[in-house]
Design a binder for this molecule. Structure first.
Ligand code: BDR
Ligand code: CA
Length: 318
């Protein structure tokens, strides 16, 4: 039986790959995409989302709902220096002509959850503003959802946006605080993604050699992040964080190690904005409520990713 999912996304490079993975998997039915302020200029993200659906041939089936154009409270900055101008590597600026769905994204999330209690999962791969707004509208959202997978935070490790914080949590720490507090979240953090979701030049080579549409799209979106990684760390690599979250939702057996901990997010402005406190040693006496993914089957993740790009079927070897 296929599981139903809404993907909440700030659609730039790695978001597109997570979306592709979910829409190409037979065991998932993507009900909608909801777009949230994050990686690049909002209207670009909306177009990037529609372009990705169109590439997979599902633009007619999956509505795109526009959501929050800014975080709940704070100012933020886009990251075109990571994903490229426009978010798709720097040279691709789709104009799909596809209409957005009418409902505001947080309303669409609430409506889907109320219509089918216990049946819809959320895959959150951007800042958590839309989800926090949905929670404001429906405080019982957690009871109405099947599961909630979040890519965000940096669990007792360096962040990517600041030394203290991962990008999604940094952009809207007020939303992240509410979401990890109120929902039963499975958290895929930046640390895990660096450890197990970093593709180096050898990993990428088969995709560059392939002539499939998806592999070519990956090569396009990977250009800017690879350049960023070369500049920043002297390594030719690209991290597929959002796809790890999608893969964990798609195939829960991919998760080889996890722990449930108390998690909180620093919503104060300042050098620790967006810092994710994860009480791995249980020193705070606060109730552990967030499942943190600590280890995945990295080889299986790479196979799933390759099967998606080379064969259009992420579940080929599952
Ligand atoms: C996260 O931030 C964004 O740049 C990526 O799309 C991913 O969701 C990684 O920190
Ligand atoms: Ca993202």
């Amino acid at each position: 039986m296929s599981r139903r999912v809404i993907i909440d996304t700030d659609t730039a490079g790695d978001d597109t790959q997570a979306i592709l993975m979910a829409v190409l998997a037979d065991s998932l039915t993507v009900e909608a995409l909801t777009v949230v302020a994050g990686n690049v200029e909002f209207d670009r993200q909306v177009e990037n989302a529609k372009y990705t659906l169109d590439l997979a041939g599902v633009a007619d089936e999956v509505p795109v709902h526009e959501g929050a154009r800014s975080p709940l409270v704070k100012e933020f900055e886009h990251v075109p220096h990571v994903h490229g101008e426009g978010g798709l590597g720097g040279d691709l600026f789709p104009e799909t002509g596809i209409d957005s769905a009418r409902a505001y994204a947080p309303d669409a999330i609430v409506e889907a959850a109320r219509d089918s209690p216990g049946e819809v999962s959320l895959l959150c791969i951007g800042p958590l503003t839309n989800v926090a707004l949905a929670l404001r509208r429906e405080p019982a959202l957690g009871d109405l959802l099947d599961s909630v997978y979040v890519m965000g935070g940096a669990v007792n490790t360096l962040g990517n946006d600041t030394p203290a914080a991962e990008f999604n949590f940094w952009v809207d720490p007020d939303a992240a605080t509410v979401v990890v507090d109120d929902l039963d979240v499975t958290l895929v953090d930046w640390g895990l993604c660096v450890r197990q979701g970093t593709l180096d030049a050898d990993d990428i080579a088969p995709f560059e050699a392939a002539e499939t549409e998806y592999a070519e799209f990956f090569a396009t979106i990977a250009e800017a992040p690879r350049e960023f990684s070369r500049r920043q760390q002297g390594v030719d690599a690209v991290t597929q964080s959002d796809s790890i979250a999608a893969a964990c939702l798609l195939e829960p057996d991919l998760i080889e190690g996890s722990g449930t901990y108390y998690v909180d997010v620093d919503e104060r402005e300042g050098m620790t904005r967006g810092y994710s406190l994860v009480d791995e040693l249980g020193v705070t006496d606060n109730e552990p409520g967030t499942r943190v993914v600590e280890r995945i089957d990295g080889e299986q993740f790479y196979r799933t990713f390759s099967d998606m790009l080379l064969h259009g079927d992420p579940e080929r070897s599952l």
